[in-house]
Design a protein around this ligand. Structure first.
Ligand code: DC
Length: 430
């Protein structure tokens, strides 16, 4: 499976910013297809040819090499990444993009970029023509005024004379041309998830996309895993009840961290059993020695020394998150024997400040009554597990400029979200 996410929409809908952040969060490659059309426009201008002269244009393109690497765009080896970002290049690219041979020429470059998979592609026809089989397709939109406002803010840094009215007129003209041209027009199809970004900030849009992502291909949990999960759910349902809320908050693909309070040895298997995808716990070393549970834990976790999270544990966590795995950990670093929340350790913060993945604050209630400290067998108790909306910590990292303070702030922020949930859900008969 290729794991391709496409984001189409009119100019100024926020596609590039959103796609770039999304790609970083998921550990995917970002493919800015508009930049390729802009690169052709740059070449047209440089060669001084009429952009409507298709025959000549085709000839010129035959001898042109256009490459794209993240944010870097190169024409015949020359870095044009900055020069293509002007209003003039925007307008010219829209004109050349209506020419069939230009589209054909760029199609192979785009498909090649998607060959390896794990790509966030953004443009006008990425979901319809370039990657029609992509598993996750989005259409971003916003009101014309809002889009013009955004584009104007971006352009004015480079061209101080440009007016808002002119930007809006340009956009409108470009939209009409991009959506009415004959080949591969901008089009919203039924298999795209539509998001109106008017009034939303970037993080909200990215979060909305992540919430809607569907995993591709086969399940990441084998038969044994699914059977074990089902058995655990069944046992606890019969043993007093198992209530799970907020599963929709779990990112379905890409790296993520489940950060839960910890009150019982049952927490890791319980949390694993109710998640919609495979999870790996970062568990305290000692847990690996517990009979039976230890076996389970050994198979579905990797160890951490809770007093001193070693660089290798942190590295391993980061490596797995970048690979797109879902990890789970207990920010408090140990089991609370009283059921009260403890002060968080810095480990969570250390990981998240190095890899910008969503953290899902998670609350578990009742597992300590089902298996109290020292108990040898299950008692009857209702268990509740609640997943909160994911937290993104990039802003905390920016304001604290990283380092120890960031680690603490992040861990604390997540613990307070858990505290808020605890107050809310314990009151309702947790
Ligand atoms: O997204 P952008 O403003 O950088 O795109 C510049 C132009 O390129 C846009 O007006 C239309 C064209 N384009 C296209 O036709 N198909 C794409 N997939 C991406 C961009």
């Amino acid at each position: 499976m290729k794991d391709i996410i496409t984001i189409d929409g009119p100019a100024g809908a926020g596609k590039s910013t959103v796609a770039r952040i999304l790609a970083r969060r998921l550990g995917y490659t970002y493919l800015d297809t508009g930049a390729l059309y802009r690169a052709v426009a740059w070449k047209v201008k440089k060669a001084g040819i009429d952009p409507e002269d298709e025959g000549l244009l085709r000839k010129v393109l035959e001898d042109t090499s256009i490459t794209i690497n993240g944010d870097g765009v190169f024409v015949d080896g020359v870095d044009v990444s900055r020069e293509i970002r002007t209003a003039e290049m925007g307008e010219m690219s829209s004109r050349v993009s209506a020419i069939p041979s230009v589209r054909q020429y760029l199609l192979s470059i785009q498909r090649e970029a998607g060959e390896k998979g794990r790509v966030v592609a953004e443009g006008r026809d990425t979901g319809t023509v370039v990657f029609p089989d992509a598993e996750n397709k989005f259409f971003l939109d916003a009101s014309l005024k809002e889009r013009a406002r955004r584009r104007h803010r971006e352009l004015i840094t480079r061209s101080p004379d440009i007016t808002f009215e002119a930007t809006m007129k340009d956009l409108e003209r470009r939209d009409i041309r991009d959506s009415t041209r004959e080949v591969a027009p901008l089009k919203r199809t039924d298999d795209m998830i539509y998001i109106d970004t008017t009034g939303l900030d970037i993080d909200e849009v990215v979060a909305e996309i992540i919430r809607n992502l569907r995993p591709s291909g086969s399940s990441d949990r084998n038969l044994f895993y699914r059977f074990a999960a089902m058995l655990i759910r069944l046992i606890f349902r019969l043993n007093g009840g198992l209530e799970v809320r907020g599963v929709e908050n779990i990112p379905r693909i890409g790296g993520g961290i489940i950060a839960s309070n910890h009150i019982s040895y049952l927490d890791p298997p319980l949390i694993s059993a109710v998640l919609p995808r495979r999870v790996t716990f970062i568990a305290r070393k000692g847990l690996f020695d517990i009979p039976l549970l230890g076996w389970f834990i050994r198979h579905y976790s990797f160890p951490i020394d809770r007093e001193r999270p070693s660089p290798s544990t942190i590295k391993e966590a980061i490596r797995r998150l970048k690979r797109g795995e879902l990890l789970a950990l207990f920010p408090e670093g140990r089991r609370s024997e009283t059921g009260q929340l403890l002060e968080p350790k810095r480990g969570l913060g250390m990981i998240v400040s190095r890899v910008d993945v969503p953290v899902v604050p998670t609350l578990i209630i009742g597992s300590n009554r089902a298996l109290p400290v020292g108990a040898r067998w299950l008692r009857r108790a209702k268990i509740k597990i609640v997943f909160d909306r994911p937290i993104y910590c990039s802003s905390t990292i920016e304001t604290t400029r990283g380092g120890q303070r960031a680690y603490e702030e992040i861990s604390k922020r997540v613990m307070s979200a858990i505290r808020v949930m605890k107050e809310r859900y314990e009151d309702t008969g947790g």
